[in-house]
Ligand binder design. Structure first.
Ligand code: ZN
Length: 283
């Protein structure tokens, strides 16, 4: 098994989105009044070369995101900026790794935000797995009002349901195997979106957490800092605590989509350490 980090361009958002300010509606509105932008953050996707076939986790940004500044949606128009060239989309980067469209057995999406489903067009030949509830939330006009871009899904997009069962996996209440071998498992990590999932890849005694947007970086997860867009702060905090407990219970490499360190962390198999835990307590 081999995991590749594939960076599909970069994104800038407001600091108040990365780390929520205040509570309740105030937290969710804070990013609209924050004048401070993050640096350019990477948008990672993951390609897992597995004996059962290549599995892709999230599809990253697409060049259509360069048009969001003309959107009527206030978040898209004012609160996010993307950078990507067409050769940075996931399809061309997979081909450069020697992985063709027909080699990809499954595509699993952590959630349907536009920087995670933006490369779907490259996977017409693959089984695509998405939470049914996330799909419902993202679909139609209601989905567009919520800031999703269902109008950018390929016409053939009809994902298989990634519906988790009440089988706990460590501290995560719901889970489902993604591989027959059981070494890749989807777990419920609600918060950033209500039906967000993360993908756990187990190799030897190490677990790689392909964490989507559970947090924007590792320090925020360890610090239990809820972002500015999660609808339910309590649920989000419980997910961050579950991930933190998981990283205490076994050797874990934590890989959020937009963490500038995720690429290096994967390459060096850098574990979340007890020193990291102690530092987050002191902060
Ligand atoms: Zn997201």
């Amino acid at each position: 098994m081999r995991i590749h980090a594939i960076q599909t361009g970069t994104v800038k958002i407001k600091n108040a989105q990365v780390e929520g300010r205040g509570h309740g509606l105030r937290r969710q509105l804070a990013l609209y009044t924050d004048g401070n932008w993050t640096e350019w953050l990477p948008t990672y996707t993951w390609a897992i070369e597995h004996p059962e076939g290549v599995i892709i986790v999230d599809t990253g940004q697409g060049v259509h995101l360069l048009e969001t500044s003309r959107s009527y949606h206030p978040f898209l128009r004012w609160e996010v900026v993307f950078q990507i060239e067409s050769e940075e989309e996931i399809g061309p980067q997979l081909r450069a790794l020697g992985i063709g469209p027909r080699d990809v057995k499954k595509v699993v999406l952590t959630h349907l935000h536009m920087d995670h489903d933006g490369g779907l067009a490259h996977f017409q030949n693959s089984e695509i797995l998405v939470s049914s509830d996330e799909l419902r939330t993202a679909s139609g006009w209601a989905g567009r009002v919520r800031g999703y871009l269902p109008n950018r899904w390929p016409s053939w997009f009809d994902p298989a349901p990634l519906d988790l069962t009440a089988e706990p996996f460590g501290p995560f209440a719901r889970s489902r195997r993604v591989t027959q071998a059981g070494d890749i498992v989807a777990v419920a990590t609600p918060g950033h979106t209500a039906n967000h999932v993360s993908i756990l890849v187990q190799e030897g005694d190490t677990t790689f957490v392909l964490a989507g947007d559970t947090s924007y970086n590792e320090a925020l997860m360890l610090g239990g800092k809820v972002d500015g867009v999660s609808s339910n702060e309590r649920v989000s905090k419980a997910t961050l605590d579950a991930i933190k407990n998981f990283t205490r219970s076994r050797p874990t490499v934590y890989l959020p989509t937009h963490d500038p360190q995720s690429g290096n962390r994967l390459a060096n198999r850098r574990l979340v350490s007890m020193t990291d835990h102690a530092a987050s307590q002191a902060a």
